[in-house]
Design a protein around this ligand. Structure first.
Ligand SMILES: [Zn+2]
Ligand SMILES: [Zn+2]
Length: 116
């Protein structure tokens, strides 16, 4: 049995209904894979793989991701104490726009408040 040809997000063309985008996952019925398709004319389809032609796939040249950035929070409380024993504001570089450089007094990287 062949593997399904398409992925969610792929642009396909049906020989009769025209262009559309693969919406949901496939279902296998007997020998055929069926796909849910949103056609450009707003119709929905549930069609076999054989009746579709791939126009363009959903793969993009770059994988996008959002980098998590940590910034100094002036409202947090400068004097709160970290598990390393040093105050919050000492985990930032005041000369470098409060860059979160880690604790000035030890090798602690990220502030975590000490629970008493
Ligand atoms: Zn610390
Ligand atoms: Zn420290």
């Amino acid at each position: 049995m062949q593997k399904p040809k398409y992925e969610i997000g792929d642009r396909v063309k049906h020989y009769k209904y025209g262009k559309g985008t693969i919406l949901g996952n496939y279902h296998k019925r007997g020998e055929y894979y069926y796909w849910h398709i949103q056609y450009d004319n707003n119709a929905f389809g549930y069609n076999t793989e054989q009746s579709l032609k791939l126009i363009s796939n959903s793969l993009k040249p770059y994988i996008e991701f959002t980098k998590v950035k940590y910034k100094y929070n002036p409202n947090y409380g400068d004097d709160r104490i970290c598990k390393c024993g040093h105050p919050y504001y000492r985990h930032f570089d005041s000369y470098e726009d409060n860059y979160p450089c880690g604790c000035k007094y030890c090798d602690c990287d990220t502030f975590e408040e000490e629970i008493k």
